[in-house]
Design a protein around this ligand. Structure first.
Ligand code: CP
Length: 346
């Protein structure tokens, strides 16, 4: 059986029942130096650190009970200055499933930001109460600023159109779990490649692996920013092509990463309305795709994937949601210097 026909590893493992205790091997592999670090963009993690993180996440997927107390006594703050369902709740679920606790706010109106408090003072305050902070903020660079005032690790949960590193960890863990590798994959990025921060982060992260090819599928107005081409694709030598029609490209792809047109980043409602339905993945287009295509979407979706695709075994976006929680569990453990069994590494 060649790799293309190999059964998907990921979905069964993810949704199946735990298979008893993991082998006892230590999932930590020398990436314990993550303790105390801030995670502002995907490039903050080296490839060995990513491998160690994904090994730990996969170990948690296999035997979550083994990790259910490792963060007892630790507190995560989720500071969300912008709306979120998956990122905030998966961070909170991650900490709770590790035995820790959470506090925070889901919108800035519920904090003293509404009274004019600066981000620096908010972070100084919160970091004196908790062990780790996950923050989303509409301003690009806000997470970096927060890290300069925090006495505990800050995890960027999205800063404007800039970065969303834990979405990238989610995407990479999903790809690794389903495809078993990163190298040699042809990745289609489809939709709003201009404003979609998850696209920028994933493009950067996947460009670090050998022989990855990108197919950039967007209308001219939503093309990937020039700096990604100039500073990411060209220096890494990664191959890329730009096309306008999804039908042209879908048959060549290992991964199709669909994205929502980012209404909140448009200055002009008319442009949004004109572009919002540029691409709609439906059953007809899926018939043109390979049998082992993996369809991802960071979610939320609006119209860009028809609900009829959800039942297709190649649709992995709800599995991806669940991998996000496991990726964040592994990241929290690493940043707190916690190894399995509740021990600690310095
Ligand atoms: N993928 C993602 O960031 O989703 P939320 O905006 O719901 O957190």
């Amino acid at each position: 059986m060649n790799e293309r026909n190999a059964p998907s590893r990921g979905l069964a493992g993810l949704f199946g029942r735990g298979r008893g205790r993991a082998s006892g091997g230590n999932a930590d592999d020398g990436s314990a130096m993550l303790k105390g670090r801030h995670i502002i963009e995907p490039g903050n993690l080296s490839l060995p650190e990513l491998d160690g993180l994904f090994d730990l996440a996969e170990s948690i997927v296999k035997d979550p009970a083994r990790y259910s107390e490792v963060c007892r006594g630790k507190i995560l703050a989720t500071l969300f200055f912008e709306p979120s369902t998956r990122t905030r709740l998966s961070f909170e679920a991650a900490m709770l499933r590790l035995g820790g606790s959470t506090l925070g706010f889901a919108e800035p109106g519920a904090s003293s930001t509404a009274k004019g408090e600066s981000l620096a003072d908010t972070i100084r305050t919160v970091s004196s109460y908790v062990d780790v902070i996950a923050m989303r903020n509409p301003k690009e660079g806000a997470a970096h600023l927060a890290s300069q005032y925090s006495s505990v690790p800050v995890i960027n949960a999205g800063d404007g159109g800039h970065h969303h590193p834990t979405q990238t960890l989610t995407d990479l863990l999903t790809i690794r779990s389903i495809k078993g590798r990163f190298d040699g994959l042809t990745v289609g990025l489809c939709g709003d490649l201009k404003f979609g921060r998850t696209v920028h982060s994933l493009a950067k992260a996947m460009s670090r692996y050998p022989n990855v090819r990108f197919v950039l599928i967007s209308p001219p107005e939503l093309e990937i920013p020039d700096y990604i081409i100039a500073k990411v694709f060209k220096p890494s030598g990664v191959q890329y092509t730009q096309v306008r029609r999804l039908e042209e490209a879908i048959g060549d792809l290992d991964i199709l990463y669909m994205t929502r047109v980012q209404k909140e980043r448009f200055f002009n409602e008319q442009d949004y309305v004109r572009l919002k339905d540029s691409y709609i993945l439906d059953a007809e287009k899926m018939r043109l795709a390979r049998p082992d295509l993996c369809v991802l979407h960071p979610l939320p979706r609006v119209n860009e994937i028809a609900p009829e695709v959800d039942a297709d075994p190649r649709a992995a976006y709800f599995a991806q949601v669940r991998y996000g929680m496991f990726a964040r569990m592994a990241l929290i453990m690493k940043l707190l210097g916690i190894v399995e069994g509740g021990g600690k590494k310095g």
